[in-house]
Design a protein around this ligand. Structure first.
Ligand code: IVH
Length: 678
């Protein structure tokens, strides 16, 4: 016989599960926030008094303890496929015609769904309890993100109705646009860098080691696919599957429709495109699936994707606005980046006020000028971009933009180094813009990781004249900091403790913090393992460095050039005398797993907008790939920018895959084979 306490616990949990479902899944709350809070308080109090009755699916148990290990690997019971894309009605019709040929008849209806721009997740429920959540990974093996997914309120910890013995369900985790905007408003207040887009932010959020951090992020989910099921009902259509998921309390997108033919699919695509920014989430297309599961089985899969479904990609939305001014930024390495100041325009679901123009060459190639009416766009996963000018609206007397000869921040010369796309400010750390960006990077996570030293504090320290180069961070004194408005003992102590802790970071972190061109976390680790100390690295030759697996000549050149620069030598001396440890007491652990492009060779040709040829090479090398000068049968892919010339023809003849700049960026982010989808 359950005791009164147990009965009350069950009542409270049921009421809270129901309230959650109404609020987060159906968006139709049934009880007030105050009632919810009072139920939750009572539950917490009862569970605190009777911890022996806490259950894993209790609404109080969403946020668990931080992980200290890496995310464990999870082998998917059924492979998580990606989708082939179609980009036009003709391609859609061709898909339908292929299906009709295979089936020997016109398919018996389709389900149209919005293609959510988030990250795919597989969630397993056992006896109706959430037991596991995993990322897609390479489709066969993903990562265990259970602890983080449990924090998402729209994901039930317990299913309703009559759940099967075991069920794997697939869906997309996303960050609502409104939550993304709130998050960025907060970043701006803190003087921190804004997040780039909701998708990357959602992906970063589910990969936090501490579920409490994920819980802060207001993520949500749509479920759209039934995976492996044991003991469930006989389902015969995708449409019924969606209904079944919804009946169990899972969040299923109400915008999905069952349609009969291609004409109706076209209507759905048109309506979706028109309303794409009316939703509080980003979509990058429409997914069309054969409705009948029997027909799905009949047409089957290719190696990579189902034949029974396609993604109709929506083109990024474009708008026109005025390019008011071209300004420049000096980044942490001294690289000068021009950017467009735009008359604010709402495009792709957000208001854009400026957009990078990469470098002077790119500005001339696009032929954009101050005062021009320009076309701008923002694809779901791409930062705002100026596509080009509307020449018919160009004012007479407009002038071609030239890189200023002097840095507007420090008045030192701006120079254009041979063979590089970007110009450089020669002011070193005397340039306030460079110093600011450098300090921010130096203190950031993955580098020296000094908590509390974001843009806001960096700006304050710079304005007060307390810091002239990064080594000054380690010479800050409590007495001066206490003079700042709003700074008490606690904040000063915390900052100084965080700085002190940073004196003993592993060498790999120090190398990352130093901001050597092309030396990110992975390369820094390889260098730390091989050399063990900064002194040893600074004496190394290019040959010594290229001996390390995964490090090519471009990176080696950049490291040696950095070590030869007297300013950098001076900085290293000053860091050493400020008590920063520049050597590992014990050898660093080798990097787990191999680099994403290891063993692959690439050719780069034509003009890329965002990278010089050398930068592109270095980025490939950093990931373990090789860059060669000519296309052969062994070339994994040709990266082709504008005006690619004969190498493109050769690649096409040899059947070597060709990646444009967007696909190249995706390659760098996700590795080969993942760059054309998602
Ligand atoms: S179905 C085998 N439905 O798109 C079926 N996927 O390129 C594969 N996606 O990895 C998935 N919305 O991350 C499906 N309504 C939807 C989707 C959707 C977004 C994503 C998913 C998948 C990728 C495929």
């Amino acid at each position: 016989m359950p005791s009164d306490t147990e009965l009350r616990l069950t009542e409270l949990r049921d009421a809270l599960h129901r309230a959650n479902h109404r609020y987060y899944v159906l968006d139709d709350p049934e009880i007030s926030d105050a009632e919810y809070d009072s139920l939750m308080r009572e539950l917490v109090a009862l569970e605190t008094a009777h911890p022996e009755y806490i259950t894993i699916d209790s609404p109080t148990q969403r946020v668990g303890a931080p992980l200290d290990e890496a995310f464990a690997a999870v082998t998917h019971r059924q492979r998580m496929f990606s989708l082939d894309n179609v980009e036009s009605i003709e391609e859609l019709e061709a898909w339908q015609a292929r299906l009709e040929r295979t089936l020997g008849r016109d398919p018996n209806g389709y389900v149209c769904e919005q293609k959510i721009d988030g990250l795919a997740v597989s969630i397993t429920y056992s006896e109706g309890r959430l037991v596991q959540a995993a990322t897609r990974g390479d489709g066969s093996v993903g990562e265990d993100i259970t602890a983080n997914v449990r924090t998402i309120d729209a994901v039930p910890l317990r299913l309703m109705g009559d759940p099967p013995q075991l069920m794997e369900v697939r869906g997309e985790i996303y960050m609502p646009v409104s939550a993304f905007e709130t998050l960025n408003a907060r970043q701006a207040e803190l003087g921190e860098k804004p997040y780039v887009n909701p998708r990357n932010t959602a992906a970063g959020s589910v990969r936090q080691k501490d579920p409490a951090k994920t819980a802060e992020r207001a993520l949500s989910i749509w479920l759209y696919q039934v995976g492996h099921v044991v003991g469930g009902p006989e389902l015969s259509t995708q449409w019924d599957s969606l209904q079944w998921l919804a009946d169990m309390g899972l969040r299923v997108n109400p915008a999905s429709r069952r349609v009969d033919d291609v004409a109706a699919i076209e209507d759905y695509v048109a309506t979706t495109e028109k309303g794409r920014h009316a939703n509080d989430y980003e979509i990058d297309g429409v997914v069309v699936k054969l409705d009948e599961l029997r027909e799905q089985d009949e047409v089957g899969y290719t190696a990579k994707s189902p034949r029974w479904a396609v993604a109709f990609k929506l083109p990024p939305e474009e708008k026109t606005t005025t390019l008011e001014e071209i300004r420049i930024n000096v980044g942490r390495t001294g690289a000068v980046t021009p950017y467009a100041v735009l008359d604010p325009v709402f495009v792709g679901g957000v208001t854009i006020t400026n957009a990078t123009l990469h470098n002077e060459g790119e500005i001339h190639r696009k032929d954009v000028r101050e005062g021009d009416t320009v076309v701008v766009r923002r694809a779901g996963d791409v930062i705002p971009e100026v596509v080009g000018p509307v020449l018919s609206k160009r004012a007479t007397g407009s002038k071609i933009w030239r890189m200023p000869a002097e840095c507007p921040f420090c008045s030192n010369a701006i120079v254009q180094p041979e063979g590089e796309a970007k110009a450089r400010c020669t002011g070193g750390f005397s340039c306030p813009s460079r110093l600011r960006e450098y300090l921010y990077h130096f203190a950031s996570r993955g580098a020296m990781d000094i908590e509390g030293l974001g843009y806001k504090t960096v700006d304050l320290l710079l304005n007060e004249g307390l810091i002239r180069d990064p080594a000054d961070i380690f010479r800050l004194e409590a007495a001066r900091l206490l003079e700042f408005e709003g700074w008490g003992e606690t904040s000063v102590d915390n900052l100084l403790a965080a700085i002190d802790a940073a004196r003993d970071r592993p060498l790999a972190r120090v190398l990352t913090a130093l901001g050597i061109d092309h030396v990110g976390g992975t390369v820094a680790r390889s260098l730390a393992i091989r050399f063990g100390s900064l002194t040893a690295l600074m004496e190394a030759s290019e040959d010594d460095i290229t001996e390390i697996e995964g490090i090519g000549p471009e990176i080696a050149r950049s490291v040696v050039a950095w070590a030869d620069d007297p300013d950098n030598r001076d900085l290293v001396d000053r860091l050493a005398s400020a008590g920063v440890r520049l050597a590992d007491p014990e050898p660093a652990e080798p990097v787990a797993g191999s680099l994403p492009l290891a063993g692959l060779s690439f050719v780069v040709t034509g003009t890329l907008g965002g990278f010089s040829r050398n930068e592109a090479k270095a980025l490939i090398e950093e990931r373990g790939g090789k860059v060669t000068g000519s296309v052969s049968g062994k070339t994994a892919a040709l990266i082709a920018g504008a005006s690619p010339g004969s190498k493109l023809a050769k690649a096409e003849t040899l059947g070597v895959r060709v990646l444009d700049e967007d696909a190249f960026v995706a390659l760098l982010e996700d590795g080969l084979g993942n760059e054309s989808v998602d």
